[in-house]
Design a protein around this ligand. Sequence first.
Ligand code: GLN
Length: 485
Amino acid sequence: MTELWRLNLAQASEGLKNRAFTVTELVSSCLARLERVEPLVGATLAVLGDQALSQAQRLDKNGFDPSQELWGLPLTMKDVFCLQGAPTTAGSRELANYHSVFEATVVRRLRQAGAIFLAKTNCDEFAMGSSTEFSAFQPTHNPWDLTRIPGGSSGGAAASVVAGLAPGAFGTDTGGSIRQPAGLCGCVGLKPSYGRVSRYGIVAYASSFDQAGPLAMTVADCGRLLSVVAGPDDQDSTVSRAPLDDYQNPPPIAPRDLVLGLPRQLWPEDLHPSVAQTLQSAKDLLTKAGVKLLDVDLPNLKYAVASYYILAAAEASSNLARYDGVRYGFREPDQDLLELYARTRSHGLGPEAQRRILLGTFVLSSGYYEAYFRKAAQVRRLISQDILGALRQCHYLLAPASALPAWPLGAFVDDPLTVYQMDLMTLPLNLYGGPGLCLSTGLGPDQLPVGAQLWGRPMDEAGLLAAGQLLEKLWPPIARPELLA
Ligand code: GLN
């Protein structure tokens, strides 16, 4: 029997359905893989081995249930999802001992569909970052090169899938945190449209951007995971009531019928050579198959990073005000209440979270609100109009997932502005609110994965998945690294 951790989600599900193996065998294989490679990768913050095994045994005893879409399938969850029976830390010391008394809607729906939660995965503190190095607990290593970052903030999620800890994972994407790590680690990541998936029970970073979505080894696996979690939720009034589509069987699209727009601003001359070379081959494969590629213009994109970092920091400063040491989480005791707040927040929150709080509080303060926050909100509208206009000329936009391949750990920790700039590739989509799908285009000359992403119109996940399935067939298949000799 092949080692079961090597299967993707569809293969694992097929095997369980045909009784080729039991849920306990599948879960045990993933846990054994985890035990061997996790000391190298550091993708998880909590492993739920005992719970997962006892749930597996229970499912085996009751037998296959066709009504449960994810029956017996192991998943990992970014540590921002409230999940009962495990701590929810959001990568922060502030929440190191926090056990939620309720569950995220995403978690509840996955549980009801028969999924098994194997681990909570590492992330940048409160999902703020692009490398997972801002986790208060540990860095995560890229499974393709352990000296490099896995991307972020959902770096643990991407690494867990690519290292073979589980066939699927959930992360969140506020400015690229699903797509960029998927690209840098070499898996598929889907950021649904804003409002497609409930945010209830997910530790908030920037509420008008945050969106949860799946990571897996194939586009079809991501579609299947989305189908379980998408749709209205009484607990979150921002979830759209727009009809859901069949994400498992999106209407196929032929290469000749597909027009992809390449935003000029996202294909700069000075793209890293190995990224440029790999993406050029990927584009050649598309043209050869008959896909039309078209240059499009997003003139206001030069303001995207500034606009995002003002708005996201403003929302973060307000969302993070709750971590005051009084209501819950870490507390640094003091006789004086103001001292207690100050000490708790100074010691409980890391450098990046503090930077965002300071910036966010500043841009919201009276006198600066008009100059910064309002302007940034206006720019957000202009950029959305640019993207919408470009999407009138083509079906989807195509962009690199990152201007650089996975960089060495530590390379930019003291240079936040450079890292903010690099988010240009992903964050305009969050300003707009559309769905994005990141795929691997193969390994570059330096043996590091290179990703490309498709952007679509709000609520067109089905079309995006169909286009993704086409591209996935044209591009070199994604493998997992062995990691161990
Ligand atoms: N890197 C971006 C930021 O730090 C995006 C993070 C995210 O999507 N959660 O804000």
